[in-house]
Structure formats: C-alpha cells, structure tokens
Write a protein that binds this ligand. Structure first.
Ligand code: AP5
Length: 223
C-alpha cells in the first residue's frame, strides 16, 4: 500500500529507477511526462496543449496536470500503492496531492530525492535514447542497446526526445531547479524527504533507493 514520490532534476534517473522499483514493490508507476507524451502522440486536445509547454522546456500548467494525475491515481489499480515520477513539480501540485489523499484517509509515505551533479545530467540527457513503443530507456554510452538503434525489449526503433535538445535542456534545468528546492522545503519538515545519491551504476542507485521503503516496511511490522 506504499505511496512513493521520486523527485529529481531532469536526467536524474527517475524513469530508469521507477521502472525497476515499481516492479520490485508491486506499485503502479505513474509518470506525468509519459502521460503527456502519450497524449501528444495520440493527438488529443490535452496532448496538443501539453506539447506547447514541453517543447519549450516549461511546465504544463498546474490545473491541467493536477486533474490528470488525480484522475489517474483514483483508478482501481493505484489503490494498492503507486510510485509517482515527475509529479509533483510545484507546491500547488504537492498540496493538491496531499489534500486528495487526505480525503481518502491516506498520505504519501516517502519522497525519494535522487541527486546527481548537473554536469552529469547534461551528459545523460544528451545521450538518452528511448523506445516509443514500450518506454524502455537507453543511453548511447552508459546503457547502449544490444543492437544499435533498436530496443532490446521489443525491437522498435529508438528515438531521441524532442526536449533533450541542448537549449531546451537548459530551460528544463532552470525551471526544475527552482521548483525542486521548493518541494524539498515542503517535504523535509514533514520528515518525508530522503536524499539518495543518484551517481554510479543504475543497480547501485536502485539498492540505495530501496533502503527507504524497506526501512518503512520494517517499522510498520514492528509497530
Ligand atoms: P518528464 O518526462 O518527467 O522529464 P524530466 O523530469 O525532465 O525527467 P527525464 O524524463 O528527462 O529524466 P529522468 O529523471 O526520468 O531520467 P532517465 O531515467 O530518463 O517531463 C517532461 C516534460 O513534461 C516536462 O519538462 C514538463 O513540460 C512536462 N511535465 C511532466 N510532469 C509535469 C508536472 N508534474 N507538471 C508540469 N509539467 C510536467 O535517465 C536519463 C538518462 O540517463 C538515460 O539515458 C538513462 O539511461 C541514463 N541514466 C539513468 N540512470 C543512470 C545512472 N545511474 N548512470 C548513468 N546513466 C544513467
């Protein structure tokens, strides 16, 4: 029944880690970035609106994002727990999430803040490749696919994200840096924030992240 948030600047490894951790803990992985990209690929009104902001490296307005996320976590598959990746990104989003969970007598258990030096983030985003079909994430140097340009999982052609261009990345980092600091200030006093070193092999980072839910489970069992 765990409700976790993965916090981190663009390229910190939220998507990579969420796929590994959500599977291990049997949590639904909810990525607002993936939801917006899927809506854009389908050409829905929401997708077209979100695309305008994403292509500039800006945040999609709160009212759109909050409604979409709250609707997603109200679905039956999310009742047994979820891992949020890319949400919340603003204080208004964090407060709306807390209020919606409180109405069901629930709360966020932990916020895992993946920290990576910005110079490394730039290299990660410049070399990222993704599978538009199954969502697998690769990197030209750090995690190359077995066959160049093809997904290991489903064989589809890998693509670069439009917002990984250098000029858009600079704006994404600027916007997210400010917002992330505000979120740290919101969750730390509540004792929910856990800072995790996001450097090193992805499996090492997974091990560090899992220490937090493991400790929370141990506390619950002891009580
Ligand atoms: P979103 O899709 O959430 O993008 P992001 O936060 O910018 O994060 P990324 O997906 O770029 O990075 P990541 O941390 O997931 O890293 P990854 O695992 O891919 O959002 C995109 C846009 O949507 C936003 O800009 C905004 O416009 C909009 N949006 C989304 N949510 C919103 C919200 N709540 N409110 C408003 N707007 C919203 O890894 C990156 C690369 O590094 C990969 O190549 C990977 O292979 C590699 N890598 C991962 N881990 C390691 C490691 N340990 N060592 C070396 N390489 C690694």
């Amino acid at each position: 029944m765990m409700k976790l948030i993965l916090l981190g600047l663009p390229g910190a490894g939220k998507g990579t880690q969420a796929k590994m951790i959500a599977g291990r803990l049997a949590l639904v992985h909810v990525s607002t970035g993936d939801m917006f990209r899927e809506a854009a690929a389908e050409g829905t009104a929401l997708g077209k609106r979100a695309q305008q902001f994403m292509s500039r490296g800006e945040l999609v307005p709160d009212e759109v994002t909050i409604e979409m996320l709250l609707e997603r976590i109200a679905r039956p598959d999310a009742q047994a727990g979820f891992m949020l990746d890319g949400f919340p990104r603003t204080l208004a989003q964090a407060q709306a999430l807390d209020a919606a969970l409180a109405r069901r007598g629930a709360a966020i258990d932990a916020v895992l803040y993946i920290q990576v030096p910005e110079a490394e983030l730039l290299g990660r985003l410049a070399g990222r490749l993704g599978c538009p079909q199954c969502g697998a994430i690769y990197h030209l140097q750090n995690r190359p696919p077995r066959r160049a340009g093809r997904c290991d999982e489903c064989g589809s052609e890998l693509t670069k994200r439009a917002d990984d261009r250098a000029e858009t990345v600079a704006e994404r980092l600027r916007v997210n840096r400010e917002q992330t600091e505000a979120l740290v200030g919101y969750y730390a006093p509540a004792g929910k924030l856990h800072r995790v070193d996001g450097t090193g092999e992805p499996a090492q980072v997974t091990g560090r992240l899992l220490l937090v839910p493991d400790a929370l489970s141990a506390e619950v069992q002891k009580a």
